[in-house]
Design a protein around this ligand. Structure first.
Ligand SMILES: [Zn+2]
Length: 261
């Protein structure tokens, strides 16, 4: 299985609109961050995690024309506002594209944009997505990829964490309860939200201290930090972090079998 980090930025991206780089060095391409999303691929199956406003850029960078499913962590705008960009993918496959998330998330998206899932009364525009509700601590298989879900605390709401064998993806998480940590036991490679250095700064995302505590317990072979805001300069992070914890960057590709980048 191959995992590509399509984007590892916070909701604002780096630089944020207006060209605000914060503490990030604009000359380092690894500081150019689109909104957080990954692609999980086997030989035959392509799964997209989250549909950000940078989705069109992501799919075109990958020259990706086929998706077997889209998994949504939650309904915050930076994770779902790119759903429209899935239309050409669905049209070219001549079928509805399956979207997987919690029932509540799918219904909220349906409330915002009903045309995604249902034809409009004028008969001109047709739907192109299909809802597939999944819950916390559920196992499912899409194509030839097995997935297990778990619950994450995002302070203002809960989000879906996804595990794919020895790899797990945790974005928009401020805290993890015991059940979530048990679901993550044995993970070799973990991409985890670490928006900022200090918990006091951001209540809705994890910080260094929490990530270090979780890594100490779970002992993944490699941990990659994502959802990085403009305070998180790539080279500075590399200097500060131990070698088994690295900042992610847009375009990072991980082979989950060999743990090779
Ligand atoms: Zn969020």
């Amino acid at each position: 299985m191959k995992v590509t980090v399509l984007g590892c930025g916070s909701s604002q991206g780096t630089p944020s609109a207006g060209g605000f780089w914060g503490k990030c060095d604009p000359d380092n391409p690894k500081n150019h961050r689109t909104r957080a999303s990954i692609l999980v691929q086997s030989e035959t199956t392509n799964l997209l995690i989250d549909a950000t406003v940078d989705l069109r850029t992501h799919l075109n960078r990958m020259n990706l024309k086929k998706l077997d499913g889209v998994l949504l962590t939650h309904d915050h705008s930076d994770h779902v506002n790119g759903l429209d960009d899935l239309k050409p993918i669905a049209y070219h496959s001549n079928s509805l594209l399956d979207v997987y998330s919690r029932h509540e998330t799918l219904e909220e998206i349906d409330r915002r944009w009903p045309y995604l899932f249902r034809p409009k009364a004028d008969g001109i525009y047709v739907e192109f997505l299909r809802k597939n509700p999944v819950d916390y601590y559920q196992e499912l298989r899409i194509g030839d990829i097995d997935i297990a879900t778990f619950e994450q605390d995002h302070t203002t709401c809960s989000t879906l964490g996804f595990r794919f064998g020895k790899f797990a993806y945790s974005v928009d998480v401020a805290d993890l309860n015991e059940a979530a940590l048990e679901a993550l036991e044995g993970v070799d490679i973990w991409i985890i939200d670490a928006l900022a250095y200090h918990k006091e700064a951001v209540l809705t995302h994890a910080n260094f201290q929490r990530v270090f505590k979780w890594v100490e317990r779970l002992k993944p072979k490699m941990t990659y930090l994502t959802v990085l805001n403009t305070h998180m300069d790539y080279d500075t992070l590399c200097d500060e972090l131990p070698p088994h914890i690295r900042p992610a960057y847009d375009g990072l590709i991980i082979d989950t079998e060999t743990n090779q980048r």
